[in-house]
Design a protein around this ligand. Structure first.
Ligand code: GLA
Length: 373
């Protein structure tokens, strides 16, 4: 199949902020503008968060008489063209949400049968990123439906990152590479460590479902284990740090989903940590995988460019534990590496010496290894 998407728009995993996880339908122009200002002031924009994505519930309940989607005038009185202009002026990219079915999950008008018209409208508003959901799809075939929207975007002519939100139901990693830039691999993330809710689940459950998908991701085509719950209620600081670290190991899109206007400095420091983000954004674009597991302990590894590695030791038990890393166990290492503890910001020696240290429950130690010349 010929490549249909605009290529080269997501050579590293997209980073940004999305309204859904915290605000759901409670969104408006003021929230988006305040968030944009804060992302600039707190260093997040500079750290790479450049897409501001307005998720479900921005529309009116009906299309207009010409069949066009309409932004809710109460929530977005200046309209979406003005919203896009504002975000562009502030140095951001503009993202929006709609759905491949007849309605969005929150029952606003969906895109089915309107793909080409909607793509033209998004292009005219200056949209740079489209998250396309999968509610109310009836008997539609996912691959055909998403391909239609990808064609529509191409035809409208504005380069738009296409984010498939099909929840992994028909294994989009096997067919979506030419159609879109990222695809969800699971149902929705919830603001908890490992809870199961009717439509969502904690990040640890999603993490377990990513293992084995690593071969399907690379520059310009990413598995999406869903947006970040970092900093949200229901998650401890340790769990936020572990969630963020492991999403970086997965080369996951980093879409913050918290209220950045009121987050603590600790959470801001997690979200803006340059060295940890560099693991996610490494140009080699390899998704990491779980190399070792023991009850209560997992070791995840990610190959980086220049023969470097990221290694994440995750304490999945409910107690603080003493962890030992014997670097000789990593059969794929070549020679000796310098070891840096990324969260402690310390060089701790080389792989000649085993690591031992305490890790709190649901927390991680994250290392970057670089070859000794
Ligand atoms: C689905 C998606 C979520 C969010 C909601 C909006 O559940 O998976 O990420 O976009 O729809 O209704």
């Amino acid at each position: 199949m010929a490549a249909l998407k605009f290529e080269g728009l997501a050579m590293t995993p997209p980073m940004g902020w999305n309204t859904w996880n915290t605000f759901a339908s409670n969104i408006n122009e003021k929230l988006v503008k305040e968030t944009a200002e804060v992302l600039i002031a707190n260093g997040m924009q500079k750290a790479g968060y450049k897409y501001i994505v307005i998720d479900d519930c921005w529309e009116t309940m009906e299309r207009d008489k010409n069949g066009n989607l309409v932004a809710d005038p109460k929530k977005f009185p200046s309209g979406m063209k003005a919203m896009g202009d504002y975000l562009h002026k502030k140095g951001f990219k503009f993202g929006i949400h709609n759905c491949a079915g007849t309605k969005t999950c929150a029952s606003y008008p969906g895109g089915r049968g309107h793909e080409f018209q909607d793509a033209r409208l998004y292009a005219s508003w200056g949209v740079d990123y489209l998250k396309y959901d999968w509610c109310f799809h009836g008997t539609a075939n996912a691959q055909e439906t998403y391909k239609t929207m990808s064609d529509a975007i191409r035809t409208a002519g504005r380069p738009i990152v296409f984010s498939l939100c099909e929840w992994g139901e028909s294994k989009p990693w096997e067919w979506a590479k030419d159609i879109g830039h990222l695809w969800r691999t699971t149902g929705d993330i919830a603001n908890c460590y490992a809870c199961r809710r009717p439509w969502s689940m904690g990040w640890k459950i999603i993490l377990d479902m990513q293992n084995g998908l690593e071969k399907y991701a690379g520059p310009d085509y990413w598995n999406d284990p869903d947006m970040l719950e970092v900093g949200n209620t229901g998650i401890t600081l340790e769990e936020s740090r572990a969630h963020f670290s492991l999403w970086c190991i997965l080369a996951a899109p980093l879409m913050a989903g918290n209220d950045v206007r009121s987050m603590s400095n600790d959470i801001r420091d997690i979200l803006t940590d340059k060295e940890v983000i560099a693991v996610d954004q490494d140009p080699l674009g390899k998704q990491g995988y779980r190399y070792y597991t023991d009850p209560g302990k997992e070791i995840w590894v990610k190959e980086l460019s220049k023969n470097e590695w990221a290694v994440c030791v995750f304490n999945s038990s409910d107690k603080t534990s003493e962890v030992k890393v014997n670097w000789k166990d990593f059969y794929f290492f070549k020679g000796t590496y310098k070891v840096r503890d990324l969260w402690q910001k310390k060089n701790i020696g080389t792989t000649e010496k085993d690591f031992t240290g305490k890790v709190a429950s649901h927390d991680v130690v994250l290392f970057r290894l670089s070859p000794v010349k």
